[in-house]
Design a protein around this ligand. Structure first.
Ligand code: ADP
Length: 505
């Protein structure tokens, strides 16, 4: 094996595939990115072409190496991170896919989910997988494929087919069909994986008529996953780290201690709260998930998401046309002392945790003749912060009840956190420090760190944590009564947009 200390992260996301080459210090040596076509064959359906995913991943991996002027033989290992839950089915023998990938956003299995809930499976799903029954997760997407593709179930029973999320698919292709495996972080988003016993759940497999022969082997997040076929990159390279995107971002943010918390602000926003070696069941319908498993040691997390974060800014730009570019939102927010009583609830696609109201829709409340675009833009940014506050409050409640470590400071990343005003307001309404790291590419970095941990570049988690560098800390500076009043105003606005079909809190 080479003496190299370079790590290649493959980050296969929803809208693009990226590859970033890191040195052992976590510095970016080269990167490449390719957009991914979104297919919308019907209302509510979202698909990706697996061959486009594969070709794109290979291309960006080669391109990142070329740009950095690094030979493939100089790579210590590859780490893979990916859009989670997206579901693929392929032939074990040929590697040929049977259908386009069904993307996590796809809602085609809503009816099947309703049926599972009616059959009383909600509690089993929650207890075993830490999730709620929802089309979002892989299980019902896989069931749909088995139900709709000719002979698929029979062939699956004979062991001729492989199911996988994007990580498994890439691993299978990279290893020339030799390895069919996944990791516990990705597995825990399938709604088929028992996060306590760490095995596929027989009862859920039976309920969805999923033959176990289809399923990938689950291996720890850092370790041996296989070696890439020489022809692909020009040299055989071990694949040594794997995790779904949000877990990888947490790892890249070095959120290793119980109580640590990261939030990624892109189109939507994802919060992951490390609860240590104990899975914490949520009373607030947050998701309980495996953050990662290193050797036999499992770390759990509570997860909450905000559907619309940067997307609200996109909408102000593209839908309303009140912004020329997203970055302009910062100066506009600063230009007014407050929103003038305007509250923007961006429930475009319903409200997620802790409200869970799929029927709620967005609203801009409190408009007067004095309202300007600056007020509305500021209200959109504030809404992201209030929703984060709601999630962290829910996480804190769940942790307190379980006797787990309480949330500490918040580490942030994602495209939106370039906005200093947003970070400061976040610290203010959360009443806790917000830390922005120097390396914002935390998802890819997390995958590289996992691979580097496995191949000995990093001797321990402490060695990785020591590399995490703060670019800037935002300290809370808002008077408590102002903070309270604003959060009350937000809570009142949320009450007003609720459809009544959601869960009362
Ligand atoms: P994703 O990975 O989900 O595509 P990114 O992490 O690239 O998203 O972040 C892009 C999002 O952040 C967009 O929705 C954009 O509107 C928003 N955004 C980018 N820059 C800013 C900014 N300075 N202020 C507010 N929002 C921003």
């Amino acid at each position: 094996m080479s003496q190299s200390r370079h790590l290649l992260a493959i980050d296969q996301g929803t809208t693009s595939s990226r590859a970033i080459l890191f040195d052992a210090e976590g510095r970016v040596l080269g990167q490449a990115q390719r957009e991914l076509t979104q297919h919308y064959p019907r209302e509510g359906w979202v698909e990706h072409d697996p061959e486009e995913i594969w070709a794109g991943v290979l291309a960006v991996a080669r391109e990142a190496l070329a740009r950095a002027g690094v030979a493939p033989s100089e790579l210590a290992a590859i780490g893979i991170t990916n859009q989670r839950e997206t579901t693929l089915l392929w032939e074990r023998e040929s590697g040929e896919v049977l259908h386009r990938a069904i993307v996590w956003q796809d809602r085609r299995t809503a009816e099947l989910c309703a049926r599972l809930a009616a059959e009383g499976l909600e509690e089993r799903v929650r207890a075993a997988t830490g999730l709620v029954i929802d089309p979002y997760f892989s299980a019902t997407k896989l069931a749909w494929l088995l139900d709709h593709l000719p002979q698929a179930r029979t062939r699956a029973e004979r062991g001729e087919l492989c199911f996988g999320t994007v990580d498994s698919f890439l691993l299978f292709r990279l290893t020339g069909g030799r390895v069919h495996a996944t990791d516990p972080a990705n597995a825990s988003r399938t709604m088929l994986f028992d996060i306590h016993r760490r095995c596929w759940d027989e009862e859920l497999l039976r309920a969805l008529r999923i033959p176990p022969a289809l399923l990938p082997e689950v291996r720890p997040n850092a370790g041996e996953f296989g070696v890439s076929v020489k022809e692909l990159l020009g040299a055989p390279v071990p694949i040594a780290g794997m995790a779904g995107d949000q877990q990888a971002a947490s790892f890249g943010q070095a959120c290793f201690a119980p109580g640590t918390l990261k939030s990624t602000y892109g189109t939507g926003c994802f919060l992951l709260f490390n609860t240590g070696d104990r899975p914490v069941a949520s009373d607030n319908r947050l998701l309980t998930t495996i953050a990662w498993q290193l050797d036999g040691q499992v770390t759990y997390a509570l997860e909450g998401s905000i559907f619309i974060a940067g997307a609200a800014i996109q909408w102000l730009r593209d839908g309303l046309g009140v912004l020329r570019e997203a970055a302009e939102s910062e100066a506009l927010a600063r230009s007014v002392p407050d929103t003038g009583g305007v509250v923007f609830v961006p429930a475009f696609t319903g409200l997620g945790a802790p409200h869970w109201d799929a029927e709620a829709r967005g609203a801009v409340l409190g408009l007067t003749r004095g309202t300007t675009r600056a007020h509305i833009v500021r209200a959109a940014l504030e809404a992201v912060c209030y929703q984060t506050a709601d999630l962290i409050a829910a996480m804190g409640e769940d942790a307190r009840r379980a006797g787990a470590a309480l949330p500490t400071e918040l580490r942030v990343d994602g495209g939106m956190v370039a906005n200093d005003w947003l970070c400061q307001y976040l610290a203010d309404v959360l009443d806790r420090p917000v830390d922005r790291p120097r390396v914002i590419e935390t998802t890819a970095l997390g995958a590289a760190y996992l691979a580097g941990l496995a191949c000995g570049i990093y001797p321990s988690l402490d060695a990785i944590a020591a590399r995490w560098q703060r670019e800037r800390r935002f300290e809370p500076a808002m008077a408590e009564e102002v903070r309270r009043a604003r959060l009350d105003m937000w809570a009142d606005a949320v009450r007003r947009v609720r459809s009544g079909s959601g869960r009362e809190r």
